[in-house]
Each structure stands twice: as C-alpha cells, then as structure tokens.
Design a protein around this ligand. Structure first.
Ligand SMILES: Cc1cc2nc3c(=O)[nH]c(=O)nc-3n(C[C@H](O)[C@H](O)[C@H](O)COP(=O)(O)O)c2cc1C
Length: 171
C-alpha cells in the first residue's frame, strides 16, 4: 500500500547503514524526478545531479570530508546535487530544498538516505567541496552544499515524536 504524506514526513529518518541490495535505476530516476519539482529561487530550476554507484568513487567521496561522511563509503548510491553559482545568489537555499525533496522521495520508495553536509567543511587537505569537484570533474563555479547517500536500510529506524513549536499571531 502506498505511504501517505504524513507517513512519509513522519517516518523519514537519516539512514547510515545499508544492506547490499541495489537500488534500481527506475527508483533512482523517480527520486531525481521528485527533486526536479522542488521550488527554486526565481523559478530557475537550477539543480543538476551527479549520480554515482561506483564503489571506489563512493569511498573517495567519504574521504572528502574529515568527519561525518563515513556513510557514503557504505551506501549503494550517492547523489551529489550541484548548482552553477554564477546563475543564482540563493544557491544554498535552492540546493537545500532540492535535497529535502530527495530525502522525502527516498522515504516514499523505501530507500534510506542521509544528508552529508559538505559546504564549508574541512577535508583531509583541502575544503570538502574542492575535493569533490576534483574527484567528479565538476567545474569550479559550481556549488556543493551536500551529498545524499542512499541505500536500503540495514535496520528499522524509530520515527521521532515531534510537535511543532508555533507562536500564533505574535511571538
Ligand atoms: C544541514 C544538515 C547537515 C547534516 N550533515 C550531516 C553529515 O554531515 N553527516 C551525517 O551523518 N548526517 C548529517 N545530517 C543528518 C542529521 O544528523 C540528521 O538529520 C539529524 O541527526 C536528525 O536525525 P533524522 O534525520 O533521523 O531525523 C545533516 C542534516 C542536515 C539537515
């Protein structure tokens, strides 16, 4: 049975350990298609994505950031959202919204995912963003906010129980 919208948003958790099962190309495409519909500044739909399944590349991506990128080495697929910074002042916001769509679409398709932050993070020698650009041959004028690691969850994750903090009318 299809997941409802509340089930998708409330059930999503960051997944950092994965089974060896591969995600089909159709599901990867469907996740990317969802992100294509993300709102964007000036309606420019500026996001581009690099998809990698290559084990060596995944391991090298994990090494691009000093801490917190480990799950990339064990993921089945990584999606690297990239954006031409020359086009848009609000590239960080555009990348963040599109990445959120990727995470929610992954949840819909039963795929585990995690946002691995890269912008302004130190790599082992250079900044993480620069190492990723070298690794994936991305032009210098592109921005990389994060990488999304994907795979089938190795274990079930407990949903959060969260309430919104809301101030009605005034603070
Ligand atoms: C801006 C941002 C940066 C994040 N960076 C990382 C990261 O570098 N590595 C990581 O394992 N998780 C990262 N996460 C995932 C968070 O740790 C995770 O969303 C948070 O702990 C809440 O858990 P949940 O996603 O399961 O609800 C990041 C999430 C966001 C939104």
């Amino acid at each position: 049975m299809e997941k409802s919208f509340p089930e998708i948003v409330k059930g999503r958790r960051s997944v950092r350990s994965f089974t060896k099962e591969h995600i089909s190309d159709e599901i990867i495409q469907a996740i990317l298609e969802a992100a294509a519909y993300a709102p964007s500044s000036w309606g420019g739909h500026p996001m581009e994505y690099i998809v990698t399944k290559d084990k060596e590349t995944l391991q090298n991506l994990a090494k691009c950031k000093r801490m917190g990128a480990g799950p990339l080495a064990y993921s089945d697929v990584a999606i690297v959202p990239i954006i031409d910074k020359r086009k848009l002042e609000l590239w960080v916001e555009d990348a963040a919204v599109a990445s959120t769509y990727l995470l929610l679409a992954a949840e819909y398709y039963g795929v585990g995912a995690c946002w691995i932050h890269m912008k302004d993070r130190q790599g082992h020698t250079n900044m993480a963003e620069d190492d990723i650009k070298d690794l994936l041959h991305i032009p210098e004028y592109y921005g990389i906010l994060n990488v999304v690691s994907l795979g089938y969850p190795a274990k079930p994750n407990k949903a959060h129980e969260l309430d919104p903090v809301v101030h009605y009318e005034k603070y």
